[in-house]
Write a protein that binds this ligand. Structure first.
Ligand code: KG4
Ligand code: ZN
Length: 349
C-alpha cells in the first residue's frame, strides 16, 4: 500500500472522531502561521507577521513575503508543537492553505506541508483560505452548527454567504469591485497612513467625525452586493480638492467618514439578508471583522432586529492557521479529504 492509500484510510478512520491532532499551516500572504488544534480546541496558534517588513514598501511585496515564509516556517512549526505539548509523531493530520493568495507565498506552505506529510507518513488535507475564515467561528463558538449566515470581509473578499455545510457555501451577495479590506488599505494610502490600512484607519477615525459626504452604492436597490470603488474614488477626489485649494485635509475626518460608509454597507446588507432569509444567526469573518466599529454596529443591529451575532476574537478574524486546521476538521467530517501528494498552490482559488 502506497502513501496515498494509507493516508486515505487514516482520514476515513478519523471521520467521526474529534480527539485527534491537526497541524495546520497558512502562508497565503504576509503572515506565516502554524497551529495545532484538536476538534474545536486550539492547542497552539502561532503567527509570525511580516507587517513591519512590508510597511516600508506600503504593501506586501510577494518575493519578500515568500523568502520570509521560508525563514519562518520551520522554527514556527517547532514552537507550535512545543506549545501544544506534542511531538511530530503525535500529529494525525497536516492541513495547509493551497489558495487563494500569492503564488510564491502559498508554495512555501504547500511544499513544506507535503514534505512533512510524506516524511512522517501522515495524511495531508488542502484547504481553501476563505473556508478557513468561515470556520474560525467554530473555534470561538463551540455551540455553532450549520447552517448559518456569514458576513466575510477580508483583503480579497467581501461576501454574504449562506453556509449550508462545509462543502456548500452559497454566495448571496458580493463585491462588484474592490474588497472591503482592500478599500481600507487603498484609502489609508491616499491619506498618508501606513500599511496595513484597516487598523490605521480605525485608529485615526477615533479622533474624527463622519462629516464628509461619500456615496452609498446600491442604495435602495434589491441586492446584497457591495461596491467600494466609488467610495474610494470620492476620497481620492476629496484629497485632490483639498490639495488644489491649499487646504490641509483632516485625515481623522476622512478616516471616520470612510469607515462609517464602508462598515455601514457591510452591516446594512448583512442584516437585510438575515431578515429577508429569516436567518437567526450571523457570524462574521475575515480581517475586516476585527474592526471595532463593525463589531459594535453588528451588535447594535442584532439587538434591534433580534438576530444573534457571533464575533470571533480579533486574532481569529485576521489570518491565522487555527482556522485552517478547523476547516480541515470539517472537511474530514464530510469525507472531502483528498489524500494527495501532487497538491499544487492555486493563487486564484
Ligand atoms: O483576512 P485577512 O487577514 O487577510 C486576507 O485574507 O485578506 O484580511 C486582511 C485585511 C486587510 O485589508 C486589512 O487592512 C483588513 O483586513 N483589516 C482591517 C482591520 N484589521 C485588518 N480593516 C478594518 N479594520 C481593522 N481593524
Ligand atoms: Zn485571510
Amino acid at each position: 500500500m502506497g502513501y496515498v492509500e494509507r493516508a486515505q484510510r487514516k482520514l476515513d478512520a478519523l471521520r467521526d472522531r474529534d480527539d485527534y491532532y491537526i497541524l495546520a499551516i497558512e502562508s497565503s500572504c504576509d503572515e506565516t502561521a502554524v497551529a495545532v488544534i484538536r476538534g474545536r480546541e486550539i492547542l497552539a496558534n502561532e503567527i509570525d507577521s511580516q507587517i513591519e517588513i512590508h510597511k516600508r514598501f506600503g504593501g506586501v511585496v510577494p518575493e519578500i513575503a515568500s523568502r520570509n515564509h521560508i525563514l519562518a516556517i520551520d522554527p514556527l512549526v517547532k514552537i507550535a508543537l512545543e506549545k501544544a505539548g506534542i511531538t511530530k509523531e503525535d500529529i494525525d493530520v497536516i492541513a495547509v492553505t493551497y489558495g487563494a493568495g500569492l503564488l510564491g507565498a502559498l508554495l512555501v506552505g504547500v511544499s513544506y506541508a507535503k514534505a512533512l506529510a510524506y516524511a512522517l507518513d501522515k495524511p495531508l488535507v488542502a484547504i481553501d483560505h476563505i473556508k478557513g475564515h468561515v470556520c474560525a467561528n467554530f473555534l470561538a463558538y463551540p455551540e455553532l452548527q450549520f447552517p448559518f449566515m456569514c458576513l466575510l470581509a477580508s483583503g480579497g473578499h467581501t461576501e454574504i454567504l449562506d453556509v449550508k455545510s462545509y462543502s456548500e457555501m452559497v454566495v448571496l451577495g458580493q463585491t462588484a469591485d474592490d474588497a472591503a479590506g482592500e478599500a481600507f488599505d487603498k484609502v489609508a494610502r491616499v491619506i498618508g497612513l501606513p500599511y496595513p490600512g484597516g487598523p490605521q484607519i480605525e485608529m485615526a477615525a477615533k479622533e474624527g467625525k463622519d462629516c464628509i459626504p461619500l456615496p452609498r452604492p446600491f442604495k435602495g436597490e434589491k441586492t446584497y452586493n457591495f461596491s467600494y470603488s466609488g467610495i474610494k474614488t470620492a476620497v481620492i477626489n476629496y484629497a485632490h480638492n483639498c490639495a488644489q485649494k491649499g487646504i490641509e485635509m483632516n485625515k481623522a475626518d476622512v478616516a471616520a467618514s470612510f469607515q462609517a460608509r464602508a462598515v455601514g454597507m457591510l452591516i446594512e446588507n448583512a442584516v437585510k439578508a438575515a431578515l429577508e432569509k429569516e436567518e437567526k444567526t450571523i457570524v462574521i469573518a475575515g480581517g475586516v471583522a476585527a474592526n471595532t466599529a463593525l463589531r459594535e454596529g453588528m451588535q447594535k443591529a442584532a439587538q434591534k432586529y433580534g438576530i444573534k451575532v457571533m464575533l470571533p476574537p480579533k486574532k481569529l478574524c485576521t489570518d491565522n492557521a487555527a482556522m485552517i486546521g478547523e476547516a480541515a476538521f470539517f472537511a474530514i467530517k464530510e469525507g472531502l479529504h483528498a489524500a494527495l501528494l501532487d497538491l499544487d498552490a492555486d493563487p486564484n482559488l
